[in-house]
Design a protein around this ligand. Structure first.
Ligand code: HEC
Length: 383
């Protein structure tokens, strides 16, 4: 009887209400009701509008062209209304995406784990699932009978103990590497393959943690090297942790449109050439955040002079002097601030700097070497 009311209702008020409250369709004879109730959908609707609709659209319908990367080199937010890929995922995977976002794996969705409670996450999922037509919902629920499908089949209590599951996934790898520090695995666009990291290496693990391959994960459809993007994200996260007073900053003139982190050495000719053009970049609204990277290490000629720059009262002028573009005296390099040259060097090595100048846009994109300002400015400002 309930179903019958549903049918009458639909034929009277039409398709739009059908979407708001999806009654079981008569063709799905065995249609079960969905796992959520209307109150959950209503709650989810509010949360979705507050947190998600700016990217995914009010009705979870954006982006139509979700398979094509956009001008920033990333995938746009996919629709969550059942027309794209979201229904291929279990509740656990959907939740993991909402919790972790996509930034760590080279995407652009922010993480919501500190913003939305477990119940809130259920509610937003209920909301966008309420947009799924019945046939899609049926396929989904047939594929994922329970909401409790663990990422690792043998780890029964994964949903309550993600950390343990992650440890299990990396345990063999850790053992093989002599208990080296390994980052927590994060999911990738490839189902069942997880990315982890040790030192500068990126490794891809199977769910059971038994097999690993090390190298680059490339999307052949778009040509995007997902590993390079992931590396850039790690790099920028590290760079953002450096205190501003530890950098030598040439601020944008007027409104700041972009920040460019630049590893520099005073003795490298192309660093000098770059420095000659810093004024042009500043005028274009780009702030230059210099970090020290003595190419020759502590024995190299740049090491001492970088320390002198970092110890100077007027670091901006000192940078010019050290690069032979200005005249004046440099202080001794043995002050407290000089220690940052060692830290900058270690940081550069951690994120895989191999030469100078090395430039990082704030989206993590790395630009290696000198690029004339006429080309560099549009490249930095795009995005
Ligand atoms: C800043 C834009 C942005 C916001 C805000 C955002 N997302 Fe996303 N979302 C994306 C992008 C972009 C992707 C694709 C993966 C990536 O780039 O991280 C994505 C992917 C997803 C996916 C995976 C879909 C699939 O087909 O695999 C889900 C689920 C999702 N988002 C849910 C949400 C929910 C729920 C919210 C709000 C709590 C939200 N998103 C907020 C941009 C966003």
């Amino acid at each position: 009887m309930k179903t019958l009311y549903g049918i009458i209702f639909i034929s009277l008020v039409g398709i739009s209400l059908y979407f708001i409250y999806p009654f079981p369709q008569p063709s799905n004879s065995g249609a079960e009701s969905r796992w959520y109730d209307q109150a959950t959908v209503d709650k989810g609707s509010t949360l979705f509008k507050q947190n998600c609709s700016s990217c995914h659209g009010v009705n979870a319908e954006l982006t139509l062209d979700w398979k094509k990367i956009n001008s920033t080199g990333k995938y746009p937010p996919p629709p969550l209304n059942g027309t794209a890929h979201a229904w291929h995922h279990s509740i656990e995977t959907l939740k993991a995406t909402i919790q972790e976002g996509g930034i760590n794996i080279g995407g652009s969705m922010p993480a919501f784990k500190s913003k939305l409670s477990d119940e809130d996450q259920d509610a937003v999922i209920a909301y966008f699932q309420s947009k799924w037509p019945d046939d899609i919902y049926q396929k989904w629920s047939g594929r994922y009978q329970t909401s409790d499908i663990p990422l690792i089949e043998s780890t029964a209590k994964l949903s309550t103990d993600t950390q343990a599951a992650e440890n299990k996934m990396t345990s063999l790898l850790r053992l093989r590497l002599g208990n080296k520090e390994i980052s927590d695995p994060v999911s990738t666009p490839v189902e069942g393959i997880y990315q982890t990291q040790f030192g500068n290496e990126y490794a891809y693990l199977t769910q059971d943690g038994r097999y690993v391959f090390i190298g680059n994960l490339i999307d052949l459809e778009t040509g995007i090297n997902l590993t390079v993007i992931a590396k850039g994200k790690t790099a920028i996260a590290e760079l953002n942790q450096v205190a501003l007073e530890d950098k030598v900053i040439f601020p944008a003139r007027g409104v700041e449109k972009a920040v460019l982190n630049v590893f520099t050495d005073t003795t490298c000719p192309y660093c000098r050439k770059f420095h000659e053009e810093v004024g042009k970049l500043q005028e274009a609204g780009i702030s230059i955040h210099y970090l020290p990277y003595p190419r020759g290490g502590k024995q190299g000629p740049g090491y001492q002079s970088l320390k002198q720059v970092w110890c100077a009262k007027d670091k901006l002028k000192a940078m010019g002097i050290a690069k032979d573009l200005d005249t004046g005296d440099l202080p001794a390099g043995d002050c407290e601030k000089g220690r940052f040259v060692d830290e900058g060097y270690a940081l550069g090595n951690r994120i895989g700097i191999t030469g100078t100048p090395s430039l990082f846009k704030s989206n993590g994109e790395k630009i290696q070497g000198y690029v004339p300002y006429q080309q560099l400015i549009p490249r930095v400002l795009s995005n």
